[in-house]
Design a protein around this ligand. Sequence first.
Ligand SMILES: [Zn+2]
Ligand SMILES: [Zn+2]
Length: 253
Amino acid sequence: MNAPPGLSVTVLGCSGTYAGAGGACSGYLLRTATTNLWMDCGAGSLANIQRHVALLELDGIVVSHSHPDHWLELPVLLNALRYGVGAPDLGMPLLWTARTAEQFAAIAAEPEPTFAPQVIDERSTATIGDIDLSFSRTDHPVETLAIRAEHAGHSIVYSADTGDAWRLASLGPDIGRTIDLAIVEATLDEDDADVVQHLTASQAGRQAAEAGVATLVLTHLAPGSDPEARRTDAARAFAGPIEVADIDATFRA
Ligand SMILES: [Zn+2]
Ligand SMILES: [Zn+2]
């Protein structure tokens, strides 16, 4: 259960839009030796995160956008903290977009004081434990924030959901920073490029090459897609190491 040193990310769920049998929607656990930060809380990720940390060991939560496959565990987590583990006054830091906050309010109880919510946008910066966060608005139908997480010179950038009009480099070379590990969505089959605001694997690979990332992790694959085909498609554009996200896999920056 101990986190490896440096900065790591453990996959809690990586299915795009909905999860197939035994899968889970987007969720990631960012860890340093002393910080556990839950990034996106898609359906199924609440069960999976507890294989890695106890809920009361979480230092905070950050949600990329208001699409349901990225946050719908939050109302369930609220109840778990309030009525399950007896921490109604926890004040857990919760960073989310304005629309995510609105949608949460429509279906759940008051988030305070269990959560300490804070609305973020592309200009925000935040620090949870010893992880520094910054954001970039992606190319997606609702306000969606790609997330840069940094700790002691190690960096992970998560694309969240995006079309190809956003640039991964906007959270790397464009701001004078390198990217050690990029978690980039590869939702679409190559034939569906630019049909909706998501990426194909070859587009994800091109983005990673342009941003000069050290390692690329493909994620948000639709159920039924072939992970090896996605890796091959990405490799046409990106020469570095390529991984495909899988539940419980851990990657180090
Ligand atoms: Zn999604
Ligand atoms: Zn989305």
